[in-house]
Design a protein around this ligand. Structure first.
Ligand SMILES: [Zn+2]
Ligand SMILES: [Zn+2]
Length: 295
């Protein structure tokens, strides 16, 4: 029997989806409404990821224990609810997508003992750490205009990286989120930050920590990934591994620009990215390889 075009096309399509389904496509930075500034149910985020063909996603919602950011975070008493919800969803979706449970914890040195207590009480897959507040200014907020004075901007940028450097004195986290997010809303990174950035990268490399390649920045005022390509090249030179995240605060943002991130990391020379289970690193090959019958 001669195979007609339609059947042949369907067979090729099936073969391609089989190949693509086997490739890991991950998004390790997804928020939930518990942080009070994300929208959509957890299931809506999961359905979006499945519809895009993602194999693994990680909820990494905010935990900010003090200061002005506290209102943009789940309450400490909501952590059990959050973990229970993810456990139920892991069970419900186990045959369609791998779900991971994580937190994006704001670095607040005085709160480290309390943070450690929380982390010990639950079975997290990964813990990310972030600096969002510098000198009382939220570097990640579009609603807060940066200072007009260039000297003040340079001061904020330098203080931001100094805080990241200080964060590396602690060991409560596995991933450093959006490493150069200070540039998000009009604060350029001055040259005098170079030495502290180099120092940070050396320490990250020695501690074998993972950096997040955060794709959200391409849609922010800065129009660039966190980190920039230039910084990612330095990371590669220092053998620093990445994980991938969209920083989705809405279901439709799940997986956004992850393909662009994959292409950029591959161009730089990366072959793998890190995933996590029970706070142990599991490197996976970078997805989106060329299809052998099309390339
Ligand atoms: Zn957020
Ligand atoms: Zn963040």
């Amino acid at each position: 029997m001669i195979m007609n075009h339609t059947i042949k096309a369907a067979a090729i399509h099936g073969f391609i989806s089989l190949i693509y389904r086997k490739l890991p496509m991950i998004d390790y930075h997804i928020h939930t409404p518990l942080c009070n500034h994300a929208q959509g149910s957890m299931k809506a985020y999961i359905h979006q990821a499945i519809s895009l063909g993602f194999s693994e996603i990680c909820f990494l919602d905010h935990l900010i224990l003090d200061g002005p950011g506290k209102k943009n975070s789940m309450d400490i008493r909501e952590v059990p609810l959050y973990m229970q919800a993810i456990a139920c969803l892991k069970h419900e979706f186990h045959d369609r997508i791998t779900l991971r449970a994580g937190l994006e914890v704001d670095f607040i040195p005085e709160k480290i003992p309390q943070i450690k207590d929380i982390l010990e009480g639950f079975n997290f897959d990964v813990i990310g750490a972030s600096v969002h507040f510098v000198m009382g200014y939220n570097v990640a907020s579009r609603r807060e205009a940066p200072p007009k004075d260039l000297f003040d901007k340079q001061e904020i940028a330098l203080r931001y990286f100094e805080q990241l450097d200080r964060m590396l004195d602690y060991d409560f986290f596995d991933v450093i989120c959006h490493p150069d997010i200070v540039k998000k809303c009009g604060i350029p990174i001055p040259e005098n930050c170079g030495p502290v950035i180099d120092d940070i990268l050396t320490r990250i490399s020695k501690k074998n920590l993972t950096l997040e390649f955060n794709a959200g920045g391409w849609d922010h005022p800065v129009g660039d990934s966190y980190p920039s390509e230039e910084l990612a090249i330095k990371c590669h030179q220092k053998n620093i591994a990445f994980t991938l995240g969209s920083d989705a605060h809405r279901p439709e943002h799940v997986g956004k620009n992850i393909d662009k991130s994959v292409a950029l990391l591959k161009k730089i020379g990366y072959t793998h990215v890190n995933t996590f289970e029970g706070r142990l690193v599991r490197p996976v090959p970078l997805g989106m390889v060329k299809c052998p019958i099309l390339s």
